[in-house]
Write a protein that binds this ligand. Structure first.
Ligand code: HEM
Length: 467
């Protein structure tokens, strides 16, 4: 589908950011497992970006990929209870970090925890949750001014520190401190690098209770994250911390509507870990990608800067209606590089999808990475064109489940509005003073193990805009 002439005139030739090589057909099994271990994004044949449903058998598991908005709706919304359980791969990969936290739990535990966790970042609370976003972004701008533009920073780590700081101030009511932020960000990067995501045992149909091996480096990384979290929780719950308001404490002390009791300590710790992990890593990746994309698309960078300049002060929640283009940049970034590019579930019983049988135990998957670049759903699907997301743009006319970076159905991200607002506020506040430029020779290549990142680091120069 070509772009309308009016759009082309304004945008010129749109920037096409990097994506992995697409195979002519699905690679043979040993190669497939090797590629999955390196990055989920590297396995897809060209035809995956066209069909409605893809099916394969991997070792002893059936794999069904829902690759149209209608099929995604059928599996993840209409038949959600049959496909509510996360894939064994995801559960085993995240268990050391999250225990039985709601991100990877199901059944009664998931239902109970969801009722407690979802209100923490509910959209009705946004106005009161967002001031720490503005503060933290403005503080980062001050720190950036001290930075020598001749020396590149790692933008991925920068955005990781910023979003870890924000989640800490909003949820825990505390500043994280530079050292703890650096420790968490490094530990997450290390965890992703080494965590065992392929879980061949479950593809062979072996049961969940069989112990899975995790590399010692993954254990060390999860211990480092746990240590920072434990310290935060201890301070929040200590007599001196009790005087301060914090969302996480109100969650611990509040009565769980499902049971009528307060949450026990371990459940509380696991849910704090979920909010910390789900709440900072995804937004950090989005922001890092957005800076990269803007650095390669000057017309888009200029429009974001114009919106930021018009505010005349760090962006706040009240400014959101004046940041339509900046928001479109974030939405287009989430289309091209959805931080969670694969939503995988285990079928809880025999059923049917798209008129075809699905056996209990099959992996049923929606892949935002495919759907967001589907050739029949998007014009120039691999190109960066934020204008698609402006009012009346291409995205407005799409079926509802064409753009699904925050998942869909009952397990939809509880922090979607929080994360989107945070990304817009941070981008606008920092774009007012800086035009980050990719360091010469930097190689940017999307890679995904747990979340989708632009490589291990993203070296950028912090060029100032106003001398
Ligand atoms: C750009 C930012 C974000 C993106 C793209 C994102 C994306 C997602 C996705 C795709 C899922 C579902 C995963 C699956 O079904 O396998 C999810 C779940 C979740 N997210 Fe987010 N998220 C973001 C920010 C946040 C924030 C800021 C928070 C909280 C502060 C948060 C909390 C959660 C929680 C608690 C779940 C688990 C929900 C459940 O299983 O019931 N997320 N997120």
């Amino acid at each position: 589908m070509p772009l309308p002439a009016a759009d082309l005139l304004e945008i010129g030739v749109p920037f096409v950011p990097p994506y992995p090589k697409r195979h002519a057909r699905l690679p043979p099994l040993p190669e497939l497992l090797r590629l999955v271990r390196r990055s989920f994004l590297d396995i897809w044949p060209e035809r995956s970006f066209e069909g409605d449903m893809l099916r394969a058998r991997v070792l002893l598991r059936d794999v069904v990929i829902c690759n149209s908005p209608a099929l995604v709706q059928e599996a993840f919304v209409e038949h959600a209870p049959d496909y509510e359980r996360k894939s064994p791969q995801m559960r085993h990969a995240l268990k050391p970090l999250l225990g039985d936290g709601l991100f990877i739990s199901d059944g009664a535990v998931w239902r109970e925890r969801r009722k407690v966790v979802a209100p923490v970042t509910h959209v009705s609370r946004l106005a009161s949750l967002t001031p720490p976003m503005t503060e933290a972004a403005a503080e980062r701008a001050v720190a950036w001014r001290r930075q020598d533009p001749a020396r590149p920073v790692d933008m991925l780590a920068e955005m990781g520190h910023l979003t870890a700081e924000i989640i800490c101030r909003t949820i825990f009511g505390r500043q994280l401190g530079g050292e703890a932020a650096a420790s968490v960000v490094q530990a997450f990067a290390e965890y992703q690098r080494v965590v065992g995501q392929t879980d061949t045992l479950s593809l062979l149909g072996l049961p969940d209770w069989m112990p899975r091996w995790q590399p010692p480096a993954a254990r060390r990384a999860s211990q480092r994250i746990a240590a920072v979290l434990d310290e935060l929780i201890e301070r929040v719950l200590s007599p001196e911390g009790r005087g301060e308001a914090s969302l996480i404490r109100s969650m611990a002390e509040g009565v769980n509507p499902a049971t009528g009791k307060a949450m026990d300590k371990e459940a509380f710790r696991n849910e704090a870990a979920v909010l910390f992990m789900a709440g900072h890593e995804t937004t950090a990746n989005t922001l890092a990608w957005a800076w990269y994309l803007l650095s390669q698309a000057p017309h888009a960078a200029r429009k974001v800067q114009a919106e930021a300049d018009a505010l005349g002060a760090p962006a706040t929640f009240a400014d959101m209606p004046r940041l339509a283009y900046t928001r479109a940049v974030i939405e287009e970034t989430l289309r091209l590089y959805p931080p969670v590019p694969l939503l995988a579930r285990e079928a809880g019983r025999d059923g049917e999808l798209g008129g075809r049988k699905v056996r209990k135990g099959s992996l049923v998957i929606a892949v935002p990475w495919l759907l967001h670049r589907h050739k029949r759903l998007w014009r120039q699907p691999d190109a960066f064109i934020p204008e698609r997301f402006l009012p009346g743009g291409e995205a407005a006319s799409k079926p509802r489940y064409t753009w699904i970076p925050f998942a869909i159905g009952p397990r939809v991200c509880t922090g979607a509005a929080f994360g989107l607002t945070e990304a817009v506020i941070c981008l606008a506040t920092l774009a007012a003073g800086f035009a980050p430029r990719l360091a010469e020779g930097a190689v940017v290549h999307p890679i995904c193990r747990l979340t989708l990142r632009p490589g291990d680091t993203l070296p950028m120069h912090l060029d100032r805009r106003h001398g």
